[in-house]
Design a protein around this ligand. Structure first.
Ligand code: NAP
Length: 519
């Protein structure tokens, strides 16, 4: 049995004790164990800050972008191995593993390419200088400089590959060393990727660290100038926010948490928009068995379309074979583990008590499994007729292949109900009326990190409701955690400090030179 070692202080270190198992959700086989017992996180963080930070910051942004490009090559060369690990540890079919593995490679490539065009060495200007005195003899210029602390990533189980690299790309490009703590249940893939990159000797010592399991002092050993980026449940985020390093010492904390995302069908009279919505809902219910923070949980349709949409979604779900991802013809694999399965089944039971079941994959014949005790849960579509006073549908995230169809009276009603998610990552809107799409965008933007507008013009080109693209903001207000990630070069802000520099125009001009914007 392999115990996944931790890479800290420039060397592999094994945690003590028996460790926690990393399992195959179909066979129950123990694939590896993890342990962080006895690790010295203070020494590990000091090493990253003191050795790797200065070495990274000695390079220009473009040079660091070159390092990202080298990481991309390593990950591409080992892609098949990562798909195999995903199959065995996450129980995902090839297409779903691709969302994670290829999504990681694409995101890193995006930052490698965008970063290669950066002219700055150590400073980034923010806007123009502003006069503070008559005749502009004294002025203010805002600048961003990279933080000199480290970035700790605490990640969720559902994206062991993308979840690391979508964060590390912006941190490393900014010159900030990274410590990744993957979720225990899927730590193997993250570990393997880190190991491959360490073996390739691309980054300065201490720039990329991994700790698997729950070490003592994971947060205690931080200081006020470090940053933490967390992805996971709202409950865990709330408990981490209470930690003295964050609550008292001001560690910058970004959280991506639960989200009750929506898809809204516009009030169109033609059937095209309905077809576009149905296709996307089925994709979102089944990709990664609905274990995507961005997955559609609520589907809003005009009252007159409720029955037809219920039927259309059910007809498509009936054709999807669910089961062991190793079997040919299986299109939807497993949940990540048995405890997630139990949590999803409990959520389904709760919703069933106050909603109609419109489709229940558990009673269909399209299940292909040899073993009864797996983490496979087929898709379930609920319907509610009383959305205004439904006790759960706007509040409870069932993090699996579960969504609820909801009728609305008019568009105002649809927007009001959507907002009851109290802050979400994404809403998608399906209509061939441009005015309605624009109105939806401006109304929903206040409570969503991303609004995805679909009409016939983009039917083939759009990137998908749930796909997180590095060009666009990822995050959401309120219960979605209040965080922001990606969004092109906006992602770099989290790993920089903003300061207002006040001085004479001549001195401020030197800053512009350092930022490469003036020769
Ligand atoms: P989780 O239980 O909150 O765990 C997330 C991470 O936090 C794991 O690495 C976990 O470690 C760690 N953790 C938990 N308690 C901790 C503590 N006291 N101290 C330090 N670390 C701690 O969430 P999950 O079950 O992995 O993920 C599912 C949830 O994540 C869903 O609710 C989903 O909506 C959300 N999610 C959100 C996004 C987004 O981008 N918004 C993306 C993916 C998932 P262990 O694994 O070792 O327990």
């Amino acid at each position: 049995m392999t115990k996944l070692a931790n890479y800290l202080e420039g060397r592999w270190q094994e945690g003590g004790g028996k460790g926690s198992p990393v399992l195959d959700p179909i066979t129950g086989e123990t694939l590896a164990t993890v342990s962080a017992d006895g690790l010295d996180m203070h020494a590990a963080y000091d090493y990253a800050r003191q050795q790797a930070g200065p070495a990274l910051r000695k390079l220009s942004y473009a040079e660091r972008a070159g390092l990202l490009g080298d990481i991309v090559k390593v990950l591409q060369a080992n892609r098949d191995k990562y798909f195999d690990i995903s199959l065995r540890n996450s129980g995902t079919v090839q297409n779903d593993s691709s969302v994670d593995v290829d999504g990681a490679i694409y995101t890193l490539s995006f930052y490698a390419k965008a970063g290669s065009k950066m002219v700055e060495k150590a400073v980034r200007l923010d806007g123009e200088s502003a006069p503070l005195a008559k005749d502009n003899v004294f002025a203010s210029q805002h600048i961003y400089v990279p933080i000199q602390g480290l970035a700790l990533f605490i990640n969720a189980f559902n994206f062991p590959a993308w979840g690391l690299w979508e964060k590390a790309a912006a941190a490393l490009l900014s010159g900030v060393p990274v410590v990744i703590k993957p979720a225990t249940s899927t730590a193997w893939l993250t570990h393997e990727m880190v190991k491959d990159v360490i073996d390739a000797d691309i980054l300065p010592a201490g720039a990329l660290n991994i700790v698997c399991g729950r070490p003592d002092a994971l947060l205690d050993a931080l200081n006020g100038l470090d940053v933490v980026s967390f992805t996971g449940s709202a409950d865990t985020a709330a408990s981490l926010r209470d930690h003295p390093r964050i609550k008292h010492d001001g560690v910058r904390f970004n959280a991506e948490t639960d989200s009750i995302n929506s898809a809204i069908l516009g009030p169109d009279t033609d059937d095209d928009a309905t077809g576009l919505l149905v296709r996307e809902v089925v994709r979102e219910l089944t990709i990664k068995s609905g274990q995507k923070c961005t997955a559609i949980r609520r589907i809003f349709v005009p009252e007159s379309k409720y029955d037809a949409v219920a039927q259309a979604i059910s007809n498509k779900l009936k054709t999807i074979t669910v089961g062991d991802p190793r079997k040919e013809g299986v299109r939807m694999g497993s949940l990540v583990n048995l405890s997630q399965r139990d949590a999803i089944l409990e959520g389904i039971e709760k919703l069933a008590k106050c909603s109609d079941i419109l489709f229940d994959g558990r009673t269909e014949s399209t299940i292909d499994l040899d073993n009864e005790n797996t983490a496979v849960v087929p898709p379930v579509l609920f319907g509610v007729r009383n959305p205004d006073d439904h006790p759960l549908v706007h509040e409870m995230e069932v993090f699996g292949p579960v969504a609820t169809l909801i009728p609305y009276r008019n568009t105002e009603h649809a927007f009001t109900l959507t907002r009851r998610g109290m802050g979400s990552l994404v809403a998608s809107v399906y209509s061939n009326q441009p005015d309605f799409l624009a109105q939806a965008a401006t109304t929903l933007a206040e409570s969503h990190g991303r609004v995805h507008l679909i009409n016939n013009d983009v039917a083939k080109a759009h990137t998908g409701h749930g796909n997180v693209m590095p060009q666009s903001n990822h995050g959401g207000p309120g219960r979605a955690g209040g965080g922001e990630e990606l969004g092109g070069m906006r992602a770099l802000r989290f790993y920089h400090r903003l300061a207002a520099i006040q001085g004479s125009p001549e001195v401020l001009g030197k800053l512009a030179q350092a930022a490469g914007s003036e020769s």
